[in-house]
Design a protein around this ligand. Structure first.
Ligand code: GSH
Length: 304
């Protein structure tokens, strides 16, 4: 099973199937409780990556458990190495089918399993980070940042929509296009947005409001993967990240923080993409490069 779902050569992402909510008091959906939920992720997956960054920044590591799948996905989908000690599952598909035996979509990460009702609560990736930010506040570490401040939400949501469509999903639309036209359309939109972001980040340290927010957390997973996988594997090669002085320094600034670099695994990222899409890379050879100096001084403090 792969991520191809072509409509006239265009890649279309499937709708999220499980969208139950977890709320602070359980008034809607299930209640936020420590130790109850298990988050399934791949270090390779950009959508899962954001959930790991937020969990780390908010100090929720002991509140929401994590299980990491093997980066190389085969015909049976994501595999949990050694089997999952909590759910007993070897493949993520078992959790999807235990929740809904008639499920016929792709078995995707990130998703959250409820250990009490023993079912998947959500694979709705945009909702997972905001849920951690707004419904798990009782369990945030002391001094945790507010990543989704009420007064900045309209601006964060606006930039997230552009970044999702043309950057986060834009690289997939380019990489998974089946025809020249849709590829070029996604390619042009991607680099137009990167130009806009380069300009914006030449003047300010963060995307919105002079502080780290959900907007930065959503952009980072795509930028950090850019030169290692999207530039080559997904043919997003007008420019590299390192060719954008401000975007490159911005990404290094974020990478310098533990929540970002401890959740960034280039080995998983490269092996996943190059070994899991045989229609794009039939040899499954994983490139050795590029050589990137992630710890070079970023100098972004001057913009504070
Ligand atoms: N839930 C979203 C986004 C999450 C997503 O695409 N995850 C990918 C990894 S980056 C995945 O798990 N793919 C599994 C598959 O295609 O079989 C979707 O269904 O498109």
């Amino acid at each position: 099973m792969d991520m191809l779902n072509p409509v006239a050569g265009r890649f279309v992402r499937q709708a999220n199937r499980f969208t139950e909510k977890i709320t602070a008091d359980g008034a809607e959906g299930l209640p936020a409780e420590p130790g109850r939920y298990r988050l399934f992720v791949s270090y390779a997956c950009p959508w899962a990556h954001r959930t790991l960054i937020v969990r780390h920044l908010l100090g929720l590591q002991d509140v929401i458990d994590v299980a990491v799948v093997d980066p190389v996905r085969d015909e049976a989908g994501w595999r949990i190495p050694g089997g999952d000690p909590v759910t007993g599952a070897t493949y993520l598909s078992e959790l999807y089918l235990a929740t809904d035996p008639s499920f016929e979509g792709r078995y995707t990460v990130p998703c959250i399993w409820d250990t009490v009702t023993r079912r998947l609560v959500t694979n709705d990736f945009p909702a997972i980070t905001t849920m951690m930010e707004t419904e798990f506040t009782a369990f945030h570490r002391a001094g945790a940042p507010d990543l989704y401040p009420a007064e900045l939400r309209p601006e964060i949501d606006e930039i997230n929509a552009l970044v999702y469509d043309t950057v986060n999903n834009g690289v997939y639309k380019a990489g998974f296009a089946r025809e020249q036209g849709p590829y070029e359309e996604a390619f042009d939109q991607l680099f137009a947005t990167l130009d806009t972001l380069e300009d914006r980040l030449s003047r300010q340290r963060y995307l919105v409001g002079g502080q780290l927010t959900e907007a930065d957390i959503r952009l980072y997973p795509t930028l950090v993967r850019f030169d290692s996988v999207y530039h080559g594997h997904f043919k997003c090669n007008l420019r590299r990240l390192v060719d954008y002085p401000h975007l490159w320094a911005y990404t290094r600034d974020l990478y310098s923080r533990p929540a970002f670099h401890e959740t960034t695994d280039f080995d998983h990222i490269k092996r996943h993409y190059y070994m899991t899409h045989p229609h794009i890379n039939p040899s499954r050879i994983v490139p050795k490069g590029p050589l990137l100096d992630w710890t070079a001084p970023h100098g972004r403090d001057r913009l504070d």
